[in-house]
Design a protein around this ligand. Structure first.
Ligand SMILES: Cc1cc2nc3c(=O)[nH]c(=O)nc-3n(C[C@H](O)[C@H](O)[C@H](O)COP(=O)(O)OP(=O)(O)OC[C@H]3O[C@@H](n4cnc5c(N)ncnc54)[C@H](O)[C@@H]3O)c2cc1C
Length: 609
């Protein structure tokens, strides 16, 4: 089994985002981040990266090779994961953003999420176990009774117990509302749980003493659909240590994330599975689960970013080293020396394409998490309510973009990274083939990317009467007006302005369709619209980075190491503006055409039966 560690991250980009673009220091040194200063943040990032390289990276390939096994009803994960789990909770990385009152360090959410990038990038499979545990504990903390919080949360935050989220059933995937697991109230106020859940990440493992399953189920008299769902705490073992009639019927054999156990769980096969309602009210399951899902969706976006970033950085290193062919400038000279493939125009194009997308997606992620932190800081200080609503509104708007765009792009970026390696990339000798396999699931779980696109166009665009999207549009136009005459970036800024106009016009189309009986056009183009909006945000954030970088570079001597970093920001922004942003207007034209071919084609015409 290989313990070769290929994980790479770009710490300079992280500090640029935090302190030069998004001004995290404005929030530091005062409540709720009173114990945090810039030095502490930088130290945590450096230490966490080193920690991930040492404790998680070496077991990424190993986990892929070893996978999980089901033996006598018990799932066994790679043995190395047990020590990693122990070291993780001893190091305190999982509690960075948890409030001090609950045993955490009360740091900015943004910092915790950048540490999350190292964790999911260095070992995606392993990180699924603690990440889902944290999500499950957060839900109990947000909605559970004081007794439930006391019983479960601390043990889940300190890694003694793990957690899962159990929504999916064999007939209820995207259609969560058709879940049929039944919860029948018992005389003692608890519930008997009966039903089958499939595809449950971390559904069983041999790392922790107990696993706390968060199970969506319906009471016998509940209405159909999502409204009738309630959320239950269902431990694998009862508090006295006896089994709770939760059986593992099987684990899936998958394309990637092989060391993350994906289990089929049968609850109450012997009519002896007992669960507790989260909080005191039935039929609140979906809204409670949404609390978890919002953060889980940010987490999936980060999974995509993390793998894509490491795929890019590995491909870059390979391209500097691998020699093949001579320079195009010496194409007539058969004796010309071989050059590293990074000298070839098409390889440079692929690398810059990956760089601009990775750094743009990271900027989108940090913009989103900084809105979380700013909303939190304002609310805790009893500050301006409208400002807090603005920040929360931007979070709501950006979550589907981050989840879907980062996850779709992750797979494509991994494919490009494989292309940079040539045949070597297709081999297990290098990390990118595993990255490609591991990353495909990100566009499927936590709501497929079509579900995200429908959330955006069907819900988020209209939220607060359209105020969130209007505030977003205003922020972009303020930037365009401020920089339309920038000596170096003005053509890029013009491309952003055109993309924004195209996006706004398409938003208007949705309104027409909703009102004019053409509802079926909305899902037909929703994914394309999500792409348009994501690319507009990313184009904007990359150009903003370039504006900052240009100003900073002008103050540096030519031989300063940051010069090249700042130059890179300009190239990435202009590449994206010239090569990706024009696609936004092109997509708007496609949408305006109201093409119905995919709707009208009869099923029989796809292929003969
Ligand atoms: C490795 C792995 C880990 C997972 N972990 C968990 C977990 O921890 N907990 C959990 O509860 N679940 C988990 N899942 C389940 C995952 O969330 C579902 O696979 C996902 O929600 C999609 O459901 P489905 O697979 O049934 O696909 P379907 O719902 O059958 O969808 C198939 C296709 O049809 C499309 N589609 C479906 N309905 C519509 C519609 N109304 N309109 C338009 N298109 C539609 C989908 O977008 C998709 O392209 C996991 C799955 C995998 C593979």
């Amino acid at each position: 089994m290989s313990t070769q560690n290929y994980y790479k991250a770009n710490l300079r980009d992280l500090s640029f985002l935090l302190f030069e673009q998004f001004k995290l220091e404005e929030l530091l040194g005062k409540e709720p981040y009173a114990n945090w200063g810039k030095d502490e943040v930088v130290a945590v990032l450096e230490e966490a990266y080193g920690w991930a390289l040492k404790h998680m990276g070496p077991y990424n390939r190993l986990g892929d090779e070893e996978g999980c096994r089901l033996e006598d009803g018990q799932v066994k994960v790679p043995a190395a994961f047990k020590d990693t789990w122990k070291a993780l909770y001893e190091a305190g990385w999982r509690t960075l953003a948890i409030e001090e009152a609950h045993g955490g360090q009360q740091g900015p959410f943004t910092l915790a999420m950048l540490v999350e990038e190292f964790m999911c990038g260095s070992n995606t499979s392993f990180n699924m176990y603690p990440a889902l545990t944290q999500g499950a504990a957060d839900v109990i903390l947000a909605f559970g009774t004081p007794e439930q919080q006391q019983t479960y949360v601390e043990k889940m935050f300190n890694g003694q117990w793990a957690g899962t989220m159990c929504l999916t059933e064999p007939h209820a995937g995207s259609d969560v509302g058709s879940a049929s697991t039944i919860a029948t109230r018992r005389p003692d106020g608890k519930y008997n749980i009966k039903g089958t859940k499939i595809f449950i990440s971390g559904g069983d493992q041999d790392i922790t003493d107990n696993i706390i399953h968060m199970v969506l189920a319906r009471t016998p008299d509940a209405p159909p659909g999502t409204k009738g769902l309630s959320l239950f705490i269902v431990p694998k073992k009862r508090l006295d240590g006896s089994p709770n009639d939760v059986a593992v019927a099987g684990i899936e054999h998958k394309m990637g994330i092989k060391a993350s156990a994906t289990a089929q769980l049968v609850f109450g096969d012997n009519d002896d599975c007992i669960g507790e309602l989260v909080g005191t009210q039935e039929q609140k399951g979906m809204s409670q689960m949404f609390h978890l899902m919002n953060y889980a969706r940010i987490g999936v976006g980060l999974q995509g970013l993390a793998i894509a970033s490491s795929a890019y950085l590995n491909a870059l290193e390979y391209a500097k080293d691998r020699k093949q062919g001579s320079s195009i400038k010496q194409w007539k000279d058969a004796t010309a020396p071989r050059v590293p493939i990074i000298e070839h125009p098409d390889v440079r194009r692929m690398l810059l394409d990956m760089k601009s997308r990775v750094e743009g997606i990271r900027a989108l992620a940090v913009k989103l998490t900084m809105h979380v932190d700013r909303a939190n800081a304002i609310t805790k200080a009893g500050g301006d309510k409208a400002q807090a609503e603005y920040h929360q509104g931007q979070v709501d708007l950006l979550v589907p973009l981050l989840k879907a765009y980062a996850s779709d792009q992750a797979f494509l970026i991994c494919a490009t990274a494989i292309q940079v390696y040539g045949g070597a990339g297709y081999l297990k000798d290098w990390p990118v083939e595993q990255y490609a396999r591991d990353s495909k699931i990100f566009s499927i779980y936590e709501g497929t990317n079509h579900i995200q696109a429908m959330d955006l166009v069907g819900r988020k665009l209209m939220q607060r009467g359209g105020a969130n999207v209007q505030a977003f549009a205003k922020d972009v136009s303020t930037f365009v007006s401020a920089h339309k005459d920038h000596p170096v970036l003005k053509d890029g800024v013009a491309a952003l302005g055109q993309a924004m106009e195209a996006m706004t016009a398409t938003g208007g189309k949705f309104m027409q369709w909703f009102g004019g009986g053409k509802m079926e056009m909305v899902p037909t183009v929703a994914n394309r619209f999500l792409e348009m909006m994501s690319e507009t945000v990313i184009g904007w954030l990359l150009l903003e980075q370039a504006v900052i970088a240009e100003a900073a570079a002008a103050k540096l001597p030519a031989d300063h190491p940051d010069k090249a970093f700042y130059d890179g920001k300009r190239y990435a922004a202009l590449y994206f503006a010239y090569n990706v942003l024009p696609g936004v207007a092109a997509k708007a034209q496609l949408i305006a055409r109201e093409d119905r071919t995919a709707l009208d084609i009869p099923v029989a015409a796809f292929a003969p039966a």
